[in-house]
Design a protein around this ligand. Structure first.
Ligand code: FAD
Length: 487
């Protein structure tokens, strides 16, 4: 059997392990942490369980496919539901909108509460589907760095529709044109944050994202997000993948421009192919530091990061759903702070994810587990201790104003994740959540390829390479990459 080594057991590393094993490779995964999953992990504190990182689950078929190719029934190992409400939105003036999974219901909701014509919603979601149908086959399922990608029928279809794919406008401009009510513009601008970008700069092409959430659906794994990691880890182990935890790779061994192995704790391990799932910026700084550096790609601006308070709350708020957003009064100012001033706006949009709504055993009886998050700039050496304390105050005041409560008195557990700890726990450059940002129309072409053009037998997957960050894209990166490797 051919041998493979995977560096990192993030979601893409796990998917790569399963795919390579199915191709007949022997697979050894070296992971720096003591647990699998990277950003997709969990924390448990005093009877409260929290999904530590990702909370929104789209394109579940990408997870299911890994069971199918392994000859297993996904439903027997990994179960999930489609959410009847994708998100519950709150504004300071008391307006509340539920983004129902049923688009007709959602359109009726915004028509009755905001006076936004239902037809504008349908039209917007059709445009979103159009972008998806044209771009997904090209940008999500194929390498952009192979000639064949640009010379087939999917690509040719796109060349003729460039004007309609949103490349020449920004997300905000397109949404201002589409909707009459500023609250709808804000709601749809929020999708830029799904890959850590700025709606006032990112091309309107990113209006592809609402298609995922509304037309295909927002989902929730019945055992929580961490079950994506656990079920894939178990599948990999079951297939015979060998995991080595607390095993930080120190160097990729390269001889005659060929990757032949890795060094872990001073010991060499050899294989026919080496796959790196670690963030590319830090990989080139550490395990590939002797190799030629693709500086232009590595210097691209990074996505935003996050500040999260994991709060155990001694009360049940029946008005809250699984996903809740308390919107900022000035969205433009908020993004200007995140991407230009590299600071935190004093009225941030607060996202509260509460898995105990769907999975009651995630919190003690009569309590809720609040994953309370705001988008923040990536780490540029800011005075985080001060910024975090200020942001905590702003968040508490906002929650108190909108939910008419005194949240500080209800807190019994608190843990914090922030850009510095995101970086130290998963090696993400600047603590960015999604690798490079997508704030310009060339971003898709300025992510690292899924292979090395300098070093043979060296491949890449994960949020910092093509096609980008977020669970579905990371899973696709593993697919694109393993498709290139001959069994
Ligand atoms: P990572 O999770 O980055 O893991 C890389 C792994 O490599 C780590 O386990 C690390 O320990 C290991 N490693 C690094 N260096 C070495 C080394 N030298 N040797 C061995 N191992 C090493 N996505 C969504 O789809 N929906 C969401 O709602 C969402 N929300 C998010 C919220 C937060 C707070 C965060 C942090 C992320 C969120 N994301 C979301 C993004 C998503 O989590 C990531 O895009 C995805 O999990 C990244 O997976 P990855 O395969 O790139 O690996």
């Amino acid at each position: 059997n051919k041998k493979s080594i995977i560096i990192g057991s993030g979601i893409a590393g796990l998917a790569a392990a399963i795919r390579l094993r199915n191709k007949g490779f022997e697979v050894n995964v070296f992971e720096a942490n003591s647990y699998p999953g990277g950003k997709l992990s969990e924390i448990i504190i005093q009877g409260y369980r929290f999904d530590a990182g990702p909370s929104l689950f789209t394109l579940p078929d990408q997870v299911e496919e890994l069971f199918h190719i392994s000859g297993k029934d996904p439903k027997a190992h990994f179960d999930y539901i489609r959410l009847p409400v994708a998100c519950h939105y709150f504004w300071e003036d008391g307006t509340q909108i539920k983004a129902f999974g049923d688009t007709k219901k959602f359109a009726a909701e915004v028509e009755s509460k905001l006076g936004e014509p239902a037809s504008y919603v349908f039209e917007s979601l059709q445009k979103s589907a159009f972008i998806y149908d044209h771009l997904a086959p090209l940008f999500m399922h194929k390498s952009l760095h192979r000639f064949g990608t640009w010379a087939n029928k999917d690509a040719i279809k796109c060349y003729f529709k460039l004007g309609k794919l949103g490349i020449f406008s920004t997300m905000n401009k397109a949404n201002e044109k589409q909707f009459s009510n500023p609250k709808m513009v804000q709601l749809f601008n929020r999708y830029a944050t799904y890959n850590g970008s700025n709606p006032y700069e990112t091309p309107a092409t990113l209006n592809i994202i609402p298609h995922l959430e509304f037309n295909i659906g927002a989902f929730f794994p019945k055992k929580g997000m961490h079950d994506i990691t656990l079920s894939l880890y178990k599948l990999a182990v079951n297939l015979g993948v060998k995991f080595h935890f607390d095993s930080k790779v120190e160097e990729v061994i390269v001889r005659d421009k060929k990757a032949i192995g890795v060094i872990v704790s001073g010991n060499s391990h050899f294989a026919d192919v080496i796959i790196n799932n670690m963030d590319m910026v830090n990989a080139y700084k550490t395990i590939l530091k002797k190799e030629k550096q693709p500086n232009r790609l590595l210097d691209q601006p990074k996505s935003s990061s996050a500040l999260i308070f994991y709060w155990g709350i001694k009360k049940v708020f029946p008005e809250l759903d699984l996903h809740n957003i308390l919107f900022s009064e000035n969205y433009k100012e908020e993004f200007d702070h995140i991407f230009n001033k590299k600071s935190i706006y004093q009225d941030p949009t607060v996202y509260i994810n509460i898995t105990s709504v769907n999975k009651p055993d995630d919190a003690p009886e009569g309590c809720m587990n609040w994953f309370t998050m705001i988008n923040v700039p990536n780490n540029q050496g800011q005075d985080w201790d001060r910024l975090i304390q200020e942001a905590r105050k702003s968040i508490i005041q906002k929650v108190n104003r909108i939910l008419k409560t005194d949240i500080e008195n209800l807190l019994e557990v608190e843990e914090i994740l922030e850009p510095r700890t995101i970086e130290s726990k998963t090696s993400s450059a600047n603590g960015a959540l999604y690798g490079n940002s997508s704030n310009n129309k060339y971003a898709a072409f300025l992510r690292h390829a899924n292979f090395s053009s300098e070093i043979k037998n060296l491949y890449f997957c994960g949020g910092s390479v093509h096609p980008g960050g977020g669970i579905p894209l990371c899973l696709l990166s593993a697919k694109i990459m393993t498709d290139m490797i001959k069994g």
